[in-house]
Design a protein around this ligand. Structure first.
Ligand SMILES: *[C@@H]1O[C@H](CO)[C@@H](O)[C@H](O)[C@H]1NC(C)=O
Ligand SMILES: *[C@@H]1O[C@H](CO)[C@@H](O)[C@H](O)[C@H]1NC(C)=O
Ligand SMILES: *[C@@H]1O[C@H](CO)[C@@H](O)[C@H](O)[C@H]1NC(C)=O
Ligand SMILES: *[C@@H]1O[C@H](CO)[C@@H](O)[C@H](O)[C@H]1NC(C)=O
Length: 279
């Protein structure tokens, strides 16, 4: 099974490289992230399993396709696979409570089951290998205009939940209304500050049946960026206009951490393809 998946994945990547849509700089991204040499299978003439979508290449995994594997999955799998097990999983709470320091930042809140949400200030989202505020701080420091960030654990679907409600081409089927969950460590970057009152994203349903859930949410703001008294007070204004309803407030996947350590071959593949697609 794994071999088949590895092969499929390698072929996908090989056909991607063979089609050469990228600059050499972008290919560097793939080669530094993906350690398996693709050259041995680059000459494979594998036909596309489906008609490629406009703007994509044969073999691509589009995470938005029906039932497509989703990127990430660095955290542990819950047993039983329920929302309750996720929320009550003590290690997530411990990670959060034990990681309340990031150099150069002030901690705003910790161990919440809600993530910050303020679409007006959204910069981007990274998937982390571990629950690591310092790694997220590094991401924020690298972006001009980033002044706060939120690290949290998220219960996500392992496939894009679908209920026979799409006709988009897919090789993954159309019926996966409540797929097995996987756990992601996320790092969201924000322009303006995060306040206690910004923690409004408590997850949502995807595809009708799969419940996204947040745990261990910690927020940090650049020390000195805001008036500390106002922060402690928690009343500083955060723009709320343009806020989406919870059902549509899924933060889009826009980036990823540099290394993957604990995920399956398949999620690594899906992840890399997703990253390449995002370029
Ligand atoms: C904000 O949350 C933190 C902990 O998460 C808490 O210590 C603090 O009192 C809260 N501030 C306000 C204004 O509610
Ligand atoms: C951490 O969050 C969980 C989930 O809301 C809660 O049950 C637990 O009491 C919190 N722990 C602390 C120390 O705040
Ligand atoms: C979903 O669609 C397929 C193909 O049309 C059909 O065979 C299947 O029964 C449908 N499943 C459900 C639960 O409606
Ligand atoms: C919080 O700050 C606002 C604005 O500075 C102020 O009007 C309000 O009285 C403060 N509230 C508390 C409880 O300190």
């Amino acid at each position: 099974m794994h071999f088949t998946r590895t092969l499929q994945c390698t072929l996908s990547l090989a056909s991607l490289v063979a089609s050469s849509p990228f600059t050499s700089e972008r290919r560097d991204v793939a080669s530094t992230t993906w350690q398996t040499p693709a050259t041995s299978t680059a000459s494979s003439g594998t036909p596309c399993p489906t008609t490629p979508e406009a703007g994509t290449y044969c073999g691509f995994i589009n995470p938005e396709d029906p039932c497509a594997p989703q990127p990430g999955g660095q955290g542990p799998t819950m047993v039983p696979d329920t929302v309750e097990a996720f929320v009550n999983y003590i290690p997530f709470q411990s990670m959060s409570l034990n990681n309340v320091y990031a150099p150069g930042y002030t901690t705003i809140f910790k161990n919440l089951t809600k993530a910050a949400w303020n679409i007006d200030n959204y910069i981007g989202l990274y998937y982390l290998d571990t629950y690591n505020p310092s790694a997220c701080a590094d991401k924020c420091n690298a972006v001009s205009g980033c002044n706060s960030f939120n690290v949290y654990v998220e219960r996500d679907p392992s496939q894009n939940p679908t209920k026979n409600d799409s006709t988009a081409p897919t090789v993954w089927g159309y019926w996966c209304p409540n797929p097995p969950s996987m756990t992601n460590y996320k790092c969201a970057l924000w322009g303006n500050g995060i306040y206690n009152s910004s923690a409004t994203n408590s997850g949502q349903y995807r595809g009708g049946d799969f419940q996204v859930m947040i745990a261990g949410s910690n927020a940090f703001v650049k020390t000195g960026y805001f008036d500390t008294a106002t922060y402690q007070n928690g009343t500083a204004s955060v723009p709320t206009s343009g806020m989406p309803q919870p059902s549509s407030s899924i933060v889009p996947f826009t980036g990823a951490a540099n290394t993957i350590t604990k995920s399956s071959v398949w999620s690594v593949c899906a992840f890399i393809l997703a990253v390449l697609m995002a370029l």
